[in-house]
Design a protein around this ligand. Structure first.
Ligand SMILES: Cc1cc2nc3c(=O)[nH]c(=O)nc-3n(C[C@H](O)[C@H](O)[C@H](O)COP(=O)(O)OP(=O)(O)OC[C@H]3O[C@@H](n4cnc5c(N)ncnc54)[C@H](O)[C@@H]3O)c2cc1C
Length: 338
């Protein structure tokens, strides 16, 4: 398992009330979608070393090595084959095939006996834009069909599938695809909701009523004020409102955050609901806050690590730089000449 981020973790502990915002966030999120910036950043010799803190490797074999290690340390996992925004149907098909191979490999892993209605230790995370959602014309239908193939395979293997959330222009299409998948696979398919979107409280209410499995995150894209809260204070307040709805609802909440305040609130809201430790889980990204992951596991909580792999890591990596000044500073310091 990666030992990254322990440095930033200890500095956060020293200054629990110091909230840093990243003034470069909008520029970095624009760079996450710029081919020119991608060419420059991926060619820098230092980049690879830092990418390895956040990405489990270029290949499925490398990812499976990390997955085995995480399972051995009592983590659940969600594996993401990196890639997004494809405009090539053949590439979308290649992504489907890679997920099918991944699910077949995961099905071979020893995870012990899992009760039919309890949390699955293995999950795949899927971005619909990698499955063709952005193709002109019939992108929505192509993504639905491709996602269905993956959901069928995941259901047969007893593995969960969670549909990631991307920028707000895709949310209607994504949630309608999720609902279609859930009609056939209500136990297998869940989705992500982003607390920074103004619509999300309503979406939480609807999915909580349906008994869906929902990963609640703050949101990682650059969004306009009309669609999203942009101040940290407002995003955090929305996260807490959404969390309360999910904890009181009929579904399975997945609390995806590294924020100590949100983690503490989630534990309190679960107790108040009331909801047992088996009835929700925490989730964190690969390489981030390993000591906090260990602490939560020590408390008997379910903790799932999101494990990205593949060579299309650029957009994911730059979003990680954008969301935390310490990550960006580490990258800039490493890239600076001696
Ligand atoms: C499992 C998972 C899946 C996700 N899936 C999606 C998705 O589908 N779509 C999407 O838009 N976004 C997704 N995200 C990203 C998410 O939206 C946020 O951008 C990201 O998690 C950062 O927000 P945060 O809640 O950790 O808190 P932030 O507001 O970024 O951080 C708050 C506090 O948390 C602590 N903290 C954060 N990072 C660190 C660190 N590296 N080391 C030490 N302390 C730290 C610090 O105290 C910090 O002040 C996902 C996140 C997770 C964990």
């Amino acid at each position: 398992m990666s030992a990254a981020s322990t440095d930033s973790e200890s500095s956060a502990a020293c200054h629990p009330r110091l909230v840093l915002t990243n003034p470069l966030r909008p520029a970095l999120l624009a760079a996450a979608r710029s081919q020119r910036a991608e060419r420059s950043i991926t060619r820098m010799p230092v980049t690879r070393r830092i990418v390895d803190r956040f990405v489990a490797g270029d290949t499925r074999a490398a990812a499976l090595t990390s997955v085995r290690e995480l399972l051995r340390h009592n983590r659940f996992v969600s594996i993401d084959y990196l890639g997004e925004d494809t405009l090539d149907p053949a590439q979308a098909e290649r992504v489907v095939q890679e997920y099918l191979r991944l699910i077949a490999d995961l099905a071979e892993l020893p995870v012990g006996d899992v009760e039919p209605n309890s949390a699955r230790p293995l999950e795949v995370s899927v971005k619909l834009s990698a499955l063709g959602q952005a193709l002109p014309g019939d992108g929505h239908a192509v993504a639905l069909c491709n996602a269905h193939v993956i959901a069928d395979a995941a259901a047969s293997a007893g593995i969960w599938m969670t549909v990631d959330a991307e920028d707000h222009t895709t949310t209607d299409s994504t949630l309608s695809i999720v609902r279609a998948l859930r009609r056939d696979h209500p136990q297998t398919v869940g989705t992500v909701l982003q607390a920074y979107l103004r619509r999300t409280e309503e979406d939480c209410r609807a999915f909580a009523d349906e008994g869906a499995r929902i990963r609640l995150c703050k949101g990682a894209y650059s969004e306009p004020e009309s669609a999203a809260f942009r101040r940290k204070r407002e995003v955090d307040a929305s996260y807490l409102r959404c969390l309360r709805i999910l904890m009181r609802g009929k579904g399975y909440p997945m609390v995806a955050t590294h924020d100590p305040a949100m983690i503490e609130a989630a534990a309190l809201l679960a107790t108040a609901a009331p909801r047992g430790r088996e009835d929700f889980e925490f989730q964190m990204l690969y390489g981030i806050r390993p000591a906090e992951q260990e602490r939560l596991i020590g408390l008997g909580q379910h903790l799932r690590v999101y494990v990205p792999f593949g060579d299309e890591w650029y957009g994911y990596f730059v979003r990680r730089l954008a969301e935390r000044p310490a990550n960006l500073m580490f990258f800039l310091r490493s890239a600076a000449p001696e």
